[in-house]
Design a protein around this ligand. Structure first.
Ligand SMILES: [Zn+2]
Length: 136
C-alpha cells in the first residue's frame, strides 16, 4: 500500500533521528487509509528505552499515550518508524523477526549517508515488500 507523508513530518522524523544519535530513534505513525493509500497525518516521536545504535523498542507507556491520542483525534494507527544510524534504509534481520503486524507500515530512516533516506515496508510472515512512499 502506498504511503503519503508530509514533508514537515519527514523533517521532524529526521531531526528526531539525528537528536537520538548515536542510538536508534523511533516513533509511531497515524492517519487514515484513503483510496488505497495510507495517509500519515500525525507522527509520534518516542524515546528508545534500548538506548542502542542497533536496536530499538517502543516504551509501552508512551505507546499507550500515543494510541489514546490517535483515538481521540479519530486517527488510525498506521505503523511505526525507526532510524538506522549507520546502516541502509531496509529492515535488519532483527527488524524482520520482530515484525508481527502484517498491516503495519514499517518506515526506516537511514542516516548513513549525507542526507537522510526514508523507505517504507510491509513485512508479512518474514517477507519484506517495499512500498511506494510519497513525501508531499
Ligand atoms: Zn532496524
Amino acid at each position: 500500500m502506498a504511503i503519503r507523508l508530509k514533508q514537515a513530518d519527514f523533517d521532524a522524523m529526521a531531526a528526531h533521528a539525528r537528536s537520538g544519535l548515536p542510538n536508534e530513534a523511533c516513533g509511531l505513525i497515524a492517519g487514515k487509509i484513503e483510496n488505497g493509500t495510507a495517509v500519515v497525518e500525525k507522527i509520534y516521536l518516542l524515546s528508545n528505552p534500548d538506548q542502542s545504535p542497533e536496536h530499538f523498542s517502543i516504551d509501552p507507556a508512551e505507546q499507550l499515550c500515543a494510541v489514546r491520542d490517535m483515538r481521540k483525534a479519530g486517527l488510525t494507527p498506521l505503523g511505526n518508524f525507526h532510524s538506522h544510524p549507520s546502516t541502509p534504509s531496509r529492515p535488519s534481520a532483527e527488524d524482520i523477526r520482530l515484525a508481527h503486524d502484517p498491516k503495519a507500515k514499517y518506515l526506516i530512516l537511514s542516516l548513513a549517508g549525507e542526507a537522510p533516506v526514508l523507505n517504507a515496508f510491509e513485512i508479512v510472515d518474514g517477507t519484506v515488500a517495499q512500498q511506494l512512499l510519497e513525501i508531499v
